[in-house]
Design a protein around this ligand. Structure first.
Ligand code: UDX
Ligand code: ADP
Length: 466
């Protein structure tokens, strides 16, 4: 198709975990729209144009191959992309600030601001700008101020359209969303821009799932959705600590509690705590907002969600060390999984990073295995002192180990031959299941000492048969 035959030109700035999959789905459902994804990283763009995509997400590759070169393009020519675009999605990274005021809490907006300046510099016609990255409340206002500063006659209409997809199920979530949220200004041009975006989504999303609101409420809703989800995880994890000391089983408690239709069963899986690029960052951002507006008790409330998450990881390591006769120094410990959740290679803020660091401080020798995250794991731990070996084969990784600690609930870890693994481990053999993923009774019957989150220990030390 020549450019003239496309209904509209869509540009996405930022070819990461959000931008790449989102645009792929749009391109698949809207073959008459030209969708271009740009990034400052040439390496990323080269990989999007190759068979070795920069991110692993089930179902992504076949959808990229279907549209790439037809109506989906990946490029580093950002200025040309901006010039040609009618609608620009902004999905650059918005990490937590590591310096200056608000360090450790506020969002670092430098990437968003640089993007806004570049859009302004390269635009010769009116455009719709869609915030896709998670941004602090009222970021649209900042964007608008930068875009409309100086004597530029071009008009930019800002929309907020937060992404709710979860990694590992990103394509499914995008294709079957619970809702599509669009925030806009309540002006004729704001409503017209919103309708342009609805036109795209209605190709595959039923109208009743489109939620429209004002810009600020839309921005805040994204933070609050993630904060509520994380809060549920911390709630059940706090109970898991109580279960371990009182002999209750946290999965039984979650099952009973989740049957209450007002509570519901989802996001009540106790484990090592939440990881990923969003939860911690968004809660910190919410805390920063509360503090900024002088709402300290509200800030303290959300701070506790993070405190419990940290406590959960510390407790896990503490339990490991205590079980292994109060020392793991020089012992080989094998981590099964490193990704922050299964079906992704993403390790951002993965509990496995924090747990590895704590175990290395205790001078354990770490062997890490994961089907998709070993390259990221290597980068995450490159500056950390201690012995770390990365081994894709779980059997080799566990050979001669004193303990296995399961970090990520990859499906394949359920169907391993644990008899074979047990036979080649040091004895007594320990298994710490950080995601309550394995068959604990079967493992215990094989001879393992099994420790699961929020469950009584299954050890062989009283009636020892080792
Ligand atoms: C999350 C939100 O779900 C998504 O809507 C938003 O767009 C981005 O942030 P994501 O971080 O990709 O998605 O994954 P999610 O499935 O939410 O899991 C986050 C973390 O919570 C993982 O580390 C997971 O292991 C943990 N988790 C999740 C639990 O520990 N227990 C649960 O019951 C659910
Ligand atoms: P997310 O999970 O929010 O998608 P990622 O870090 O995966 O975050 O992706 C963000 C992408 O945005 C990165 O590939 C980064 O190179 C890109 N990026 C950051 N700043 C700019 C910019 N000014 N112009 C274009 N791309 C940018």
């Amino acid at each position: 198709m020549s450019d003239k035959q496309y209904v509209k030109n869509i540009l996405c700035i930022g070819a990461g975990y959000v931008g790449g999959p989102t645009m792929t789905v749009i391109a698949n459902f809207c073959p008459d729209y030209k969708v271009t994804v740009v990034d400052i990283s040439r390496e990323r763009i080269d990989r999007w144009n190759s068979d070795d995509l920069p991110i692993y997400e089930p179902g992504l590759k076949e959808r990229v191959l279907k549209a790439r070169g037809q109506n989906l393009f990946f490029s580093t020519d950002i200025d040309r992309g901006i010039d040609e675009a009618d609608i620009i999605f902004v999905s650059v990274n918005t990490p937590t600030k590591t310096f200056g005021e608000g360090a450790g809490r506020a969002v670092d907006l430098q990437y968003i601001e640089k993007t806004a300046r570049r859009i302004k510099a390269s635009s010769k016609s009116d455009k719709i700008i869609v915030e896709k990255s998670t941004v602090p409340v009222r970021a649209a206002e900042t964007l608008s101020k930068i875009l409309h500063s100086g004597n530029n006659s071009v008009h930019f209409e800002i929309l907020s359209n937060p992404e709710f997809m979860a990694e590992g199920t990103g394509i499914h979530d995008m294709e079957n969303p619970d809702r599509v949220l669009i925030g806009s200004m309540d002006t004729p041009s704001g409503r017209a821009a919103r309708d342009e975006l609805i036109k795209i989504y209605e190709r595959w999303v039923p109208r009743e799932k489109m939620v429209t609101s004002d810009l600020w409420s839309s921005e805040l809703s994204k933070l609050v959705s993630n904060a509520f989800l994380a809060q549920r995880i911390s709630s059940i994890n706090s109970i898991s600590a109580l279960c371990e000391v009182t002999g209750a089983d946290v999965d039984e408690v979650a099952r009973a509690v989740g049957k209450d239709s007002r509570i519901g069963p989802k996001f009540l899986r106790a484990g090592l705590g939440f990881g990923g690029s969003c939860f911690r960052k968004d809660i910190l951002n919410l805390i920063y907002l509360c503090e900024h507006y002088g709402l300290q008790p509200a800030a303290d409330f959300w701070q506790q969600v993070i405190a419990i998450n940290d406590f959960q990881m510390q407790r896990f390591v503490h339990r490991m060390v205590a079980a292994m006769f109060n020392t793991v120094a020089d012992k080989k410990i094998t981590l099964f999984g490193f990704a922050f959740k299964p079906d992704t290679g993403d390790t951002r803020d993965s509990p496995a990073i924090h747990i590895s660091k704590m175990l290395l401080k205790e001078r354990a020798r770490l062997w890490v295995t994961d089907p998709h995250a070993l390259n990221n794991a290597r980068q995450d731990l490159e500056d950390v002192e201690g012995e770390i070996v990365y081994e894709p084969d779980p059997y080799k990784a566990a050979e001669g180990a004193h303990a296995i600690a399961l970090m990520t609930e990859w499906d394949q870890y359920r169907s391993l031959d644990y008899r074979r693994i047990f036979d080649r481990m040091e004895k007594p053999a320990f298994l710490f299941d950080g995601r309550n993923h394995l068959d604990h009774q079967a493992l215990f019957d094989l001879g393992f000492n099994v420790y699961a989150v929020g469950k009584p220990d299954r050890t062989r030390f009283n009636n020892d048969s080792q």
